[in-house]
Design a protein around this ligand. Structure first.
Ligand SMILES: NC(=O)c1ccc[n+]([C@@H]2O[C@H](COP(=O)([O-])OP(=O)(O)OC[C@H]3O[C@@H](n4cnc5c(N)ncnc54)[C@H](O)[C@@H]3O)[C@@H](O)[C@H]2O)c1
Length: 268
């Protein structure tokens, strides 16, 4: 295959992509690579991020609202005439290290007192939001029999959290691994459905390992390094290739799959 054909294989020229949580730390990275590959990118987020200027259009929408998501996608498609890619990336996550704030604390509670409100909020964003966005785009992808959806899961979908890496009394959110495991099955379930109604629509999930955004203290960073075969957490831009690959023609035969990018963590 010559260089031109390889470029064409990974081109997303003319495609319309939605990234939920596009204003977040990894969301920005997903938006960047989709934009660089030629797609018109729309961030669906409750927040805005200046880093997306010139890369993605920012729609402020709360994806936990089924109505708001449906209305927003309807408007988008009526203006743009198509929808090709959905990245279900948004999550209600705690921040770690120096980025942690007061609202982060509730996420680290002992399981028996984990607040119901936090549990519901995490499910509403991570799982309900994924379902509302998938339904809203499926309505348009099915008649065009074309589309690609990626659910952003985590290594936590595969292995239970190892609480030993956190400070005493702190525990990884009880909701997080359950939501991420559900996202893996959500993708398989929808892929099976699409096979009956529009078999050219592909939906997959990805299990990413922890990312070092530069805010972790050295002790925690060292613990994360010990957890995988590459000896370090991922760099923020290191999942861009995975996103581009799964959205591209190079992955045309891949659906209902779970791609793991974790430096070997879950193989240990
Ligand atoms: N950061 C990591 O180390 C890591 C590792 C593996 C998987 N992941 C997954 O990758 C995804 C992105 O992670 P991140 O670190 O960039 O998180 P982040 O917290 O930086 O970004 C999440 C984004 O979702 C948005 N959001 C929250 N609630 C919303 C709502 N109701 N409607 C619309 N948008 C909403 C937030 O405003 C934020 O911009 C998440 O699904 C996360 O679980 C992250």
């Amino acid at each position: 295959m010559n260089a031109e054909k390889i470029l064409d294989l990974f081109s997303l020229e003319g495609q319309l992509a939605i990234v939920t949580g596009g204003a977040g730390r990894l969301g920005v990275q997903h938006c960047k690579i989709l934009h660089d590959a030629g797609a018109r990118v729309i961030s669906f987020d409750v927040a805005r991020n200046g880093e997306l200027d010139g890369i993605a259009e920012q729609v402020v929408v709360d994806i936990t609202s089924h109505n708001a998501v449906t209305r927003t996608v309807d408007t988008l498609v009526s203006v743009c005439g198509r929808i090709d890619i959905l990245i279900n990336n948004a999550a209600f996550n705690p921040r770690v290290g120096k980025d942690a704030d007061a609202t982060s604390d509730e996420h680290w509670s002992p399981y028996e007192i984990y607040p119901e409100s936090t549990w519901r909020k995490e499910f509403a964003v991570g799982l309900d939001g994924t379902q509302w966005c998938t339904q809203a785009v499926a309505k348009y992808m099915i008649p065009q029999n074309r589309g690609c959806i990626i659910n952003i899961a985590s290594t936590s979908a595969i292995t239970a959290p190892d609480h030993r890496k956190y400070k005493p009394g702190k525990f990884k959110s009880v909701a997080y691994p359950i939501i991420k495991a559900a996202l893996v099955m959500h993708a398989k379930d929808w892929a099976s459905y699409f096979s009956r109604v529009a078999p050219c629509i592909r939906i997959n999930s990805v299990c990413f390992g922890a990312v070092n955004f530069g805010s972790m203290d050295p002790e925690f960073l060292a613990k994360l390094g010990e957890r995988n075969m590459l000896g370090r957490p991922a760099r923020p831009d290191e999942y861009q290739g995975v996103i581009l690959f799964l959205c591209s023609k190079a992955a045309e035969f891949i659906t209902a799959s779970t791609l793991v990018a974790d430096g070997g963590q879950t193989a240990w």
